[in-house]
Design a protein around this ligand. Structure first.
Ligand code: SR1
Ligand code: MG
Length: 412
């Protein structure tokens, strides 16, 4: 076997070649690329390679490479446009540089919760990392009704370790400022500002929802307390650069697997192209908002009550893991001026912010561009009830954020 073999999703590769002067990869050209880039090519045998393009996200192409000795590698390349929209929506491939920056920080601060990192080719916007094809996308697992116990603990810890290691808690402020200055990701942040905080409350043509939901969406747009909360969250996202955040930490950015020696599941955080300096609550909120989608789905499908109760407990369990890890790391802060009572105050503020961000993240998946499988794969007759459940619950989070307990987010 000497040639790369095409598989599903690769037809796009042919039409993309020639459009980008940095050389877009295809299943046919990956073996040659690996020959010419031995820092990656040495990890597999490029002469005896099977290559599959498996990108199913909104932005990039992803190649899984496996040689006939079983060695595997994942290459991810940024396209010069939004994959889900096509060439009419150009987007800088430099987002891959932001993603590489995120992985490089994460492999130092929390190596257990990211794939093994093999490096970045900045000329071709290609990231090389461990192939996680024997893991499952958490969103898919939740949609299927699979329980992966312990994933939420990994995620809470992951977020805490990232915030501690990239903020004024763990860095001296000169170093923090240098890192911030070198970590701008304006185009991707702009997408978030528009898609998460803007479009759902406007008549933007990117929005889409069934006509049955039109009265609900109109009510959302006329809801001034909700819109004020969204505006405050948007301002916080734009203005707060406390730590390096993932920037898109929904359940589709998490891979999960159960078979571990201690019988608890594990999480791997992926897809860091939205990585930027921002408010840590944005990552926590992304998880909460996407757990709301999974919970609404499970309810309308009439899933096992134990599964629904487990789902309902995940925001609090994630939060507890996050807050506990912050307490573990706290004695190592660089400045004692960050007092113990400051930590408690900070946690209280972050939690309320996360509820509003979570609301925004859930609402955008119902009204705006880029939907989520949790709702989209429901039988059509069940969709409106699930969507209304999400919108109603999200509003409660946004307008009641300062008085809500995390245990109550998904209470019946
Ligand atoms: C134009 S990109 C659309 C969405 O895909 C990503 O996963 C982000 O959530 C972004 O908002
Ligand atoms: Mg993504």
């Amino acid at each position: 076997m000497t040639a790369a073999s095409a598989s599903s999703g690769t037809r796009q590769g042919a039409s993309l070649r020639g459009h980008a002067d940095y050389g877009l990869l295809s299943v046919e050209t990956v073996p040659g690329y690996l020959h010419g880039h031995p820092q990656f090519g040495d990890l597999v045998d490029p002469t005896r390679l099977m290559v599959r393009e498996v990108g199913d996200g909104n932005l990039n192409q992803v190649f899984l490479c496996r040689d006939d000795g079983g060695q595997r590698l994942c290459l991810k390349q940024a396209l010069p446009w939004v994959r889900a929209a096509g060439e009419g929506w150009p987007l800088t491939p430099a987002r891959a540089t932001a993603e590489a920056r995120g992985y490089q920080a994460a492999v130092i601060l929390t190596p257990e919760t990211v794939p093994t990192w093999h490096g970045y080719d900045a000329d071709r916007y290609v990231l090389a990392m461990e192939d996680l094809s024997d893991w499952k996308v958490w969103r898919t697992a939740l949609c299927d009704g699979d329980r992966h116990e312990g994933v939420e603990v990994d995620l809470g810890r992951h977020i805490a370790r990232m915030v501690f290691g990239t903020s004024a808690m763990g860095l001296d402020t000169s170093e923090l400022r240098r890192r911030r200055a070198g970590a701008e990701n304006p185009e991707l942040c702009h997408i978030t500002e528009e898609l998460v905080f803007g479009d759902p409350y406007s008549g933007h043509e990117r929005n889409s929802f069934p006509s049955a939901l039109a009265p609900d969406v109109a009510a959302l747009r006329a809801d001034n307390p909700l819109r004020d909360a969204v505006a405050e969250a948007r301002y916080l996202f734009v203005s707060c650069a406390e730590s390096l955040i993932h920037g898109d930490l929904h359940t589709g950015s998490v891979m999960v697997r159960s078979a571990h020696a201690d019988h608890r599941a594990r999480a791997q955080v992926i897809d860091l192209e939205f990585c930027c300096y921002g408010p840590v609550a944005f990552d926590l909120g992304a998880l909460f908002g996407n757990l709301l989608l999974a919970w609404a789905r499970a309810r309308v499908l009439g899933r096992d009550p134990d599964f629904i109760a487990w789902l309902a407990g995940l925001p609090a369990a994630t939060w507890t893991a996050f807050a506990s890890e912050m307490s573990v790391l706290w004695p190592h802060r660089v400045e004692q001026c960050w007092s113990d009572s400051f930590l408690q105050q900070w946690l209280t503020g972050v939690q309320a912010q996360a509820f509003v961000f979570g609301a925004c993240k859930a609402i955008r998946r119902v009204v705006g561009f880029a939907k989520a499988a949790d709702l989209q794969t429901l039988p059509p007759a069940l969709y409106p009830a699930a969507a209304r459940c999400v919108l109603h619950r999200a509003r409660t989070w946004a307008v009641g954020a300062r008085s809500l307990a995390v245990e109550d987010l998904l209470a019946r």
